[in-house]
Design a protein around this ligand. Structure first.
Ligand code: FBP
Length: 399
């Protein structure tokens, strides 16, 4: 049975209008996105006071028990640079718009691929409209922030130079996992923030755009992901622990819900697309066979969980421990592996390509792909001890 909105949407006259609106991402009440979003304070003072109890990122108290993202990073919170606060405010705004878009009843056409390749189902990497809309939302927010020199995105062949005096560089996958969107499976936005390399300022624009975007993950000043799921969760790091914020739909604020994520040292869950078992190298097969049977260093049988949405698989891994992996050259170093590894390390875990620490790698290409393993320290050590865990066969998979 079709819902009323589906039926209405199928009327050609309305469909055109909805598509126009969607392409401008204007379907949502303006009030939802309005800033500032300060709620009345219980103390009646307007802005709620945030008290840093000991200077550590895990010790905050507020007069009404809530800390918003902007309060957390601001003067009375961890006190990052003013420019970074402005930038984060624009990124969170963009992500709230994406959150609304992915949950909209009118996004079904946006999740589908267009064009001949899509009709034949032949190019699973072809960008989908939702990816593109999300990319535009992020780009527009970064431009308006006035704080960004260059944005490098999964959706653009080359980095986009925004402003000569923007102090920051942003790398992003605007909407990861979007191939699953029609089934309402969780998706995510990933971002990493670097300082602009001032020593490159005199180079031609294209060159400095690329070199700024190819910075090693060890130079990240901040990173985050937003998980669009039953709750919209923003997870961040500023280099001193990792934190989560949950979107309060009643006010539009991201509220601090975990000031210090600690990934368990050992989990009991592995996350991988194991339909690829017969394409795996010997070491990876042995590792998975061993932990499945409870014959590894942790004497319990592991369970499998695989959403096929990187942010969602990682978020669960941070919460429950274990290891999330994609052993073939598929995920991207610059805007997926680096920001996520920074978050995992800051939560006490490890990010690796199966041999090397991700954050130690020097990117050589913007869209460089690699095997990615993220997880609990003890699980990661055990996995890497099998030595041969990177999948070399990568035939391409149609699903
Ligand atoms: O097909 P595989 O190898 O299981 O890869 C799934 C992974 O690909 C992703 O969908 C990202 O791939 P795309 O960037 O091509 O969408 C991740 O979200 C997910 O973890």
């Amino acid at each position: 049975m079709q819902s009323a909105s589906t039926t209405l949407y199928q009327l050609p006259s309305l469909r055109g209008k909805f598509q126009t609106l969607l392409s401008k991402a204007q379907l949502f009440p303006v009030s939802y996105f309005c800033r500032p979003r300060t709620r009345p304070s219980v103390s009646g003072s307007g802005m709620r006071s945030v008290i840093a109890l000991s200077g550590s990122s895990s010790s905050y108290a507020v007069d009404d028990g809530f800390v918003t993202l902007i309060e957390y990073v601001g003067k009375r919170g961890i006190n990052v640079e003013d420019g970074l606060v402005v930038l984060l405010d624009h990124i969170q705004y963009a992500c709230k718009r994406i959150a609304t878009l992915v949950a909209s009843p009118f996004n079904s056409s946006l999740g589908k691929q267009e064009g001949i390749g899509a009709a034949a189902g032949s190019d699973r990497d072809a960008p989908k409209p939702l990816d593109i809309v999300s990319n535009e939302i992020i780009l527009s927010s970064l431009q308006k922030s006035g704080k960004v020199a260059v944005m490098a995105s999964e959706e653009n062949d080359a980095p986009i130079w925004i402003s000569d005096d923007g102090p920051y560089v942003v790398v992003t996958d605007p909407l990861d996992g979007s191939r699953n969107i029609d089934a309402s499976i969780p998706t995510g936005t990933i971002f990493g923030i670097y300082k602009r390399l001032e020593e490159l300022d005199d180079l031609p624009t294209e060159e400095k755009a690329m070199l700024n975007s190819l910075q090693s993950g060890s130079r990240l000043v901040a990173a985050g992901y937003v998980l669009y799921s039953s709750a919209t969760i923003l997870c961040t790091t500023f280099g001193s622990g990792s934190q989560t914020f949950t979107l309060d739909h009643s006010t539009g604020d991201f509220i601090l819900t975990n000031p210090s994520i600690e990934i368990p040292r050992r989990g009991q869950i592995y996350s991988v697309n194991d339909a690829r078992y017969f394409d795996w190298p010997e070491g990876l097969r042995r590792y998975i066979d061993t932990i499945r049977q409870g014959k590894g260093k942790y004497p319990k049988k592991y369970s499998a969980r695989y959403i096929c949405s990187l942010v969602a698989d990682l978020h669960r891994t941070l919460m429950y421990g274990g290891v999330a992996m994609n052993p073939r050259d598929h995920l991207r170093l610059v805007y997926e592996a680096n920001p996520l590894s920074f978050i995992v390390e800051q939560a006490g875990g490890r990010g690796s390509d199966g041999k090397n620490r991700i954050l130690s790698l020097q990117p050589v290409k913007l869209h460089q792909r690699l095997p990615l393993f993220l997880g609990s320290l003890e699980d990661m050590e055990e996995l890497e001890s099998y030595d041969d865990v990177q999948q070399r066969v990568n035939p391409g998979y149609e699903v």
